[in-house]
Unconditional design. Structure first.
Length: 343
């Protein structure tokens, strides 16, 4: 078994140290304010911790509490340097348990990704297999460094094609020219030509965000957003659609402000939050992820109005097509912003 960090949320693997702690929004701490990779054990006391682990021996029975566990260094377990590098990178960068498991089965046991995807198991889903394949590709091209370069995992993950109806076409071109390299959902944006006859090229997994500016007045700009996801083989399949309204006219709108509006619109449409249970002074939220990437951080608005504070839930590790339970000190909440790390 390969171990993660003892501070993981259920379903997560790793410390998410590459995810930016500055989301650009004012937030308040969640229930557990401090996060640390260490565990403090007071003198004379016993502390129980949950440490996520991944199987390194595909096909063997799942261990039980009756089994004896022996802690050892990774190099004592395997002479393959890829094993240590993969475990260390996953435990540092952070991802969902399913992605980490698929990656380690490939690295340690050479299990084909196609085989894992075909199993349709509860442990690993097809979206997590695609993310694991991207990670292993980065692992095999990362040279002698101790960790996989997180920039490789974020490169060309989010593509944007921006158009405008009628007189808004010129504003769309202006905004698109200024948008390349900025961030959406925590990932760098690559602008593609919306007028091209062929679909843009991107290795799965990736998101194609097609934005159409539809109307603009003195006080707002409105538009529609269509999301496609890349699948193995180079094709794009529809993921869904939503709309947005930004409180600025198109002629004064800048790329950063537009991306912030798109960020919120996509997050609220493709990441859903609803109360699972209420307790004294807190509410447990169920967060469902409908994006093809793992959610690193989720910013939840603690209430329905714009004046409510925002809670930054860090290191959730909610894999694609997965859900997680997260407590907040509020009667309810709604998604305001999400951050992805490409893994």
């Amino acid at each position: 078994m390969g171990l993660g960090t003892p501070t993981n949320e259920q379903g997560a693997f790793g410390a998410f140290r590459s995810a930016s702690s500055d989301t650009g929004f004012r937030s308040i701490p969640p229930v557990d304010e401090a996060r640390s990779s260490g565990v403090t054990v007071p003198v004379g006391q016993t502390v129980e911790v949950a440490i996520p682990a991944v199987c390194l021996n595909f096909g063997l029975p799942t261990p039980s509490p009756r089994d004896k566990f022996e802690l050892m260094d990774v190099d004592d377990y395997s002479q393959d340097p890829r094993v240590r590098k993969a475990l260390r990178s996953l435990a540092t960068l952070g991802t969902s348990h399913g992605v980490a498991q698929a990656a380690m089965w490939r690295v340690c046991n050479d299990v084909p990704f196609e085989f894992m995807a075909a199993q349709k198991s509860k442990v690993v889903n097809v979206h997590e297999v695609a993310l694991a394949a991207r990670f292993v590709a980065a692992l095999d091209t990362s040279g002698a460094s101790e960790l996989v370069d997180p920039a490789y995992l974020t490169e060309s993950r989010v593509l944007i094609a921006l158009e405008g109806e009628g007189p808004l076409a010129g504003e769309a071109r202006r905004l698109g020219d200024a948008m390349d390299g900025l961030r959406l959902l925590g990932l760098p944006v690559r602008v593609v030509d919306s007028r091209a006859n062929e679909a843009p090229q991107a290795a799965a997994p990736a998101l194609l965000v097609k934005v159409l500016l539809t109307a603009s007045t003195a006080g707002e700009t409105r538009g529609r957003v269509f999301l496609d996801r890349a699948v193995v083989g180079g094709d794009w399949v529809p993921l869904g659609k939503t709309t947005f309204t930004e409180g600025s006219a198109a002629n004064v709108l800048d790329a950063t402000t537009l991306l912030k509006s798109l960020d919120h619109a996509i997050a609220t449409a493709f990441v859903t939050v609803k109360p699972a249970r209420h307790g004294e002074g807190s509410t447990t939220l169920k967060i469902d992820n409908h994006l093809p990437f793992t959610l690193a951080n989720v910013v939840v608005k603690a209430g329905g109005s714009s004046g409510h504070p925002k809670v930054d839930l860090k290191g959730l590790g909610v894999g694609p097509a997965r859900s997680v339970l997260a407590p907040i000190q509020a009667p309810g909440g709604s998604v305001d912003h999400v951050e992805l790390n490409g893994l």
